[in-house]
Design a binder for this molecule. Sequence first.
Ligand code: ATP
Length: 437
Amino acid sequence: MESKMDKIISLCKRRGFIFPGSEIYGGLANSWDYGPVGVELKNNIKQLWWKRFVQSRDDIVGIDASLIMNPKVWEASGHLATFNDPLVECKKCHSRFREDQIDNSKPCPNCGAKESFTEAHMFNLMLKTFLGPAEEAANVVYFRPETAQAMFVDFKNVLQTTRKKLPFGIAQIGKAFRNEITPGNFIFRTREFEQMEIEYFIKPPKKDEGWQEVFEMWRKEMMEWMKEVGIETEKVHELDVEKEKLAHYSKRTIDFEYEFPFGTKELYGLAYRTDFDLKNHAKASGEDLSYVDPETNEKIIPHVIEPTWGVDRTVLAVLCAAYDDSNPERLVLKLPYKLAPYKVAVFPLLKNKPELVSKAKEIYSDLRKDLMTVWDDRGNVGKRYYSQDEIGTPFCVTVDFDSLEDNAVTVRDRDTMKQERIKISELKNYLNGKLNS
Ligand code: ATP
């Protein structure tokens, strides 16, 4: 039987959410492209996040930094020295694995050879390239492995231009690159992915409670976010990362793990990065990255709480949560309205009746000025409902022969499957009311 994950991957391909990357050339291992409806879903997630955490808050501002930064950034941040995973290789088939993701005492998962693994050696995950025409050591640069560092490197400029007072945060959405040893599980682990991150700066805490309060605030915010995008919070588990496994910069980290169909794995993270980053960048760059406390005139280096969200893992969790094939008659993607690629579909009952088509086109053109609207005139209405359910369109509007007389249309609800007759003049208000409820 097809697993839930296989069904989701196949739906994504069939309906244009996510395709294998470079497919006509046989693909490129673990690269995926977002298709026409997938990009809408992903953009809706990013826009919702930006609105919630940047535009609606007085204490957070955004930036959009370069993907390739001065390599000195990665020296100061510790990534060049420590952003490593332990790599082992099977001596027989030469497959490579992350040592912490396999059981060393078991046979090779690829060829079944016993006791065939090499000793682990540390492998740096940063993706290297050259800037400029000469491929020489002096021109080596790295694609950023996280968006976070730009918030530290741009800290002074942001502070000077916004005059923000502590506590405040800098947010960014953008691509990050990691040369993962074992990518996989669809878009869960790829080498190119997107992150939504906030570096939230606070006064250096005198006691532990000073940062723990802010940490708690972000923990709640992250849970609220998951509720808003429809991720079942009962399937989210908080894992307090053990001291020995903490990243080099972290004093405390919580991983929010989600029950994906292939196992319970990290969805998001929340870390207390102390003043590690600003201090190191100040030292390495020679720039003063301190903040002057307006009350005491004291120069301080702020500490940082970092909530981080993977965009692609959000898309995957949202798809897993929304996927509903409990009714054998239909497959529905019960996406929150805000995330649905299309909010409404418009159909003429029959496509060979010009009077129906022209009335339906009028409605379609009017609705799409405000709402993502899709046109469908293929097959019969039942098939069109089925097709819209699969991509999560909340409402379908049908123009029939009665519409020509009573200036009303049938509106069908994705979740209840109920149909209501609504006056065309009321339609936009009706849909907006439902969509914003
Ligand atoms: P993992 O333990 O799964 O490798 P991580 O702890 O290294 O993840 P972070 O460095 O905390 O991840 O990155 C922040 C977020 O970015 C993660 O919570 C995840 O949502 C996302 N992310 C990290 N690596 C990848 C990847 N290779 N593909 C897709 N998303 C990723």
